[in-house]
Ligand binder design. Structure first.
Ligand code: NAD
Ligand code: WQD
Length: 337
């Protein structure tokens, strides 16, 4: 029997890659997205990659009536919930929007799922729930530390799901804490495509490589790290997408939830990322050393042991492959609608 999975926010960066991985794994997949941070052309691109028509319902996760319609019209076995606002700086300026979409939207979704008797969910969480971690590589047992409203919404989401599971053991929830997703699909048809000046390192470097921005500002080179610049655990988005397939399989197989980090277990500095991207694009990538970015931490690296043990998840792709796929993607995007 083919299982049907709803992806909220499935037209976005991580959701679109997960769509492909799930279709390739034999799932029947449906997307709900309001296109607040995605392009409509993703439908055609996903169809080209998978060779099948793509079902996208345009709607908002805060709209209970729309959600009830989706669950009423389609027999959905599980949901992967990507839809959220995700910019840390913006969350400081507009916290209510973050509470509204990330917490209110999750509540509306859970209510609709409960009403439809669909109680299997994979939730997009983030390494941001650890704030400034005391231990590196960071295990899932590290305490929650909110550093900004965005991080707080991910902590609240995890806590809501925990209490829900305690209230009704029919709920099976996979909480996936992503570290730093990077790279693009091998087809170069989907990838990360920020509308504005990117906040994150990899898309910023990509725009400098393309000549759209002049130079990279390296936020501090006096951290307690091997070369003084910030160290992060970059994970290829195709590896990340595969993690969702394994998480769903585990939920279906066991009926039990899990909470795991999705990272490689290895850190790379800002200067290492720039050097790797330079190898990929074969261009000069000018940078200057700037002030530290407020709220940044020296090192954030996942302990990848639990995901390996619980899901059998191991990453396969290197930083060089993340940069090469990102470069192929940004060279082929033409800024379509
Ligand atoms: P994204 O912005 O590319 O994707 C989110 C999608 O949700 C977009 O397509 C957007 O249009 C949609 N959306 C937003 N609000 C909606 C609403 N109210 N109703 C319906 N759809 C809505 O982001 P992404 O990088 O793919 O992130 C996906 C998830 O992973 C998010 O929950 C994010 O917080 C989490 N996450 C992302 C990262 C990262 O660095 N990219 C890291 C950790 C966790
Ligand atoms: C990486 C490194 C910067 C930009 C953020 C969120 C986190 C998660 C992933 C959603 C750091 C340095 C960056 C630049 C730079 N998102 N940098 N110049 O901060 O680890 O994580 O995205 O859940 O919640 O906080 O990622 O890509 O912004 O930064 O030097 O122009 O690159 O200081 O060391 P971060 P990032």
């Amino acid at each position: 029997m083919t299982r049907r999975v709803l992806l909220t926010g499935g037209a976005g960066y991580i959701g679109s890659h997960t769509y492909v991985a799930l279709v390739e794994a034999g799932y029947d997949v449906l997307i709900l997205d309001n296109f607040s941070n995605a392009r409509r052309s993703v439908r055609e691109r996903l169809a080209r990659i998978t060779g099948r028509p793509v079902t996208i319902v345009e709607g908002d996760i805060r709209d209970g009536a729309a959600l009830a319609r989706v669950f009423g019209e389609h027999a959905i076995d599980a949901v992967v919930h990507f839809a959220a606002l995700k910019a840390v700086g913006e969350s400081m300026a507009r916290p209510l929007d973050y509470f509204d979409v990330n917490v209110g939207g999750l509540t509306a979704l859970l209510r609709a799922m409960d009403g439809a008797g669909c109680r299997r969910l994979v939730f997009s969480s983030s390494a941001t729930v650890y704030g400034v971690p005391d231990v590196t590589p960071t295990p899932e047992t590290a305490p929650f530390r909110a550093m900004n409203p965005y991080g707080q919404t991910k902590i609240l989401g995890e806590q809501m799901l925990d209490w829900l599971g305690r209230s009704n053991p029919d709920w099976a929830v996979g909480v996936l804490r992503y570290f730093n997703p990077a790279g693009a699909h091998a087809s170069a048809l989907i990838g990360e495509d920020p509308h504005d000046i990117p906040n994150n390192l990899m898309p910023f470097v990509a725009k400098v490589a393309r000549g759209e921005l002049d130079r990279i500002a390296v936020f501090g080179n006096d951290y307690d790290t091997p070369d003084g610049t910030g160290v992060r655990d970059y994970i290829h988005v195709e590896d990340l997408a595969r993690g969702h397939v394994l998480s769903l399989e585990k939920l279906f197989e066991t009926g039990q939830g899990h909470c795991v980090n999705l990272g490689t277990g290895t850190g790379h500095s800002v200067l290492e990322v720039i050097a790797a991207y330079k190898r990929a694009c074969n261009r000069d990538l000018p940078y200057t050393i700037a002030e530290r970015r407020p709220g940044d931490v020296p090192t954030v690296v996942a302990s990848a042991d639990k995901a390996a043990e619980v899901l059998g998840f191991r990453t396969e792709k290197t930083l060089d492959e993340m940069c090469a796929s990102s470069w192929r993607w940004v060279c082929t995007t033409e800024g379509d609608a």
